[in-house]
Design a protein around this ligand. Structure first.
Ligand code: GLU
Length: 337
């Protein structure tokens, strides 16, 4: 059994996560993504919230073990693998590190270089996926699946129905990939590269997995549950920096302003958050706002950040040391609605 270090349901942090989740149950705005038809078949009521501390303890509330496809939440981790395999300098010749301010699937490449703006939007992620080591698309995907599993602390599988659904309807990503191939930022066989990217998005994870994966980034690249070093500290740092500026699609600035933690969202309704040196959070709730972020996921992270002073830019009180997550307690929560 995985994530054995799950805490008993009566500890203060679990109580707090329960309070946050219960407080948001009536928030029923948004719709699950439907542009990948298979994603619209999800139960919109699923709602899970997990937190993994850097000692490997996993706390959770709600549907924390329900599987869903990772979608764009794979992007930081595949970027990390590309950095490990190629180094920052080489990766930056092919993909930028600037927030685009545009939708996740926008068709804008850097004039002159043809580089996509950053690895957190689709165009950039198709490139970083192609940069992971492997002589064949099968070998590259095997490295990605194993790497995502190392971040999660268990081996992961692909949802073949979601993969087939995206392959059949992914013409916008196909168009992006051909444009980048023409511009020179994507090399190799375009259909093969897209196949690897679509499969990466179709990997099944849970909220608990997302919490562990983000705790691995927050802890400088060591999985706190398995103790395995997955990437070098400098690469974890690079990934967190790009997540902080580009992770929440064209709502990244607003997110940094209000929540203030590196994060990445995916159209399945997942959000992963990493607070450097502290913990990882996974949230899953399928209904999305107009920019493609989970409505309840945003609200849960906003609430946690606001109530417990988790914003990265918060001035440190010299009298107080940073709070470890277990010292968060279930004090009555104010509603942000
Ligand atoms: N597989 C999705 C796509 O490429 C991922 C998008 C997302 O989660 O932002 O369209």
């Amino acid at each position: 059994m995985r994530h054995e270090q799950r805490s008993p349901s009566d500890d203060p942090l679990t109580t707090l996560l329960d309070q946050v989740r219960r407080g948001l149950r009536d928030l029923d705005d948004g719709e699950p993504a439907s542009y990948i038809p298979e994603l619209s078949r999800v139960d919109p009521a699923l709602f899970g919230l997990s937190l993994c501390a850097l000692d490997g303890q996993v706390y959770g509330s709600g549907d924390t073990t329900a599987p869903f496809t990772v979608q764009s939440v794979s992007k930081p981790f595949v970027f990390a693998l590309a950095l490990a395999d190629r180094g920052l300098e080489e990766v930056l010749t092919r993909v930028g590190a600037e927030p685009s301010g545009e939708a996740f699937n926008s068709i804008r490449l850097e004039p002159g270089t043809g580089r996509p703006p950053n690895p957190m939007v689709n165009a950039g992620a198709i490139v970083t996926s192609s940069l992971v080591a492997g002589d064949t698309p099968q070998a590259r995907f095997a490295r990605i699946l194993e790497g995502l599993g190392d971040f999660a602390g268990r081996s992961l599988d692909v949802d073949e129905a979601v993969y087939a659904s995206e392959c059949a309807t992914g013409d916008r990503n196909r168009a992006l990939a051909y444009l980048m191939h023409n511009a020179g930022s994507l090399t190799g066989d375009v259909e093969e590269q897209l196949g690897v990217y679509f499969r990466q998005c179709s990997v099944l994870v849970t909220c608990d997995d997302l919490a562990v994966m983000h705790a691995t980034l927050a802890g400088g690249g060591v999985n706190p549950v398995t103790g395995k070093r997955v990437v070098a500290p400098r690469h974890a740092q690079h990934v967190l920096a790009v997540m902080a500026t580009c992770g929440m699609y064209d709502a990244s600035g607003q997110w940094m302003l209000q929540v203030g933690m590196p994060a990445k969202s995916g159209v399945s309704g997942a959000i992963g958050v990493a607070l450097p040196g502290q913990f990882g959070i996974g949230v899953f709730s399928p209904p999305l706002e107009e920019k493609g972020n989970s409505v309840r996921g945003i609200a849960a992270c906003h609430l946690l950040s606001d109530q417990f002073g988790l914003h990265l830019m918060r001035a440190v009180d010299p009298q107080r040391r940073p709070l470890p997550p277990r010292s968060l307690h279930g004090a009555p929560l104010r509603s942000l609605r």
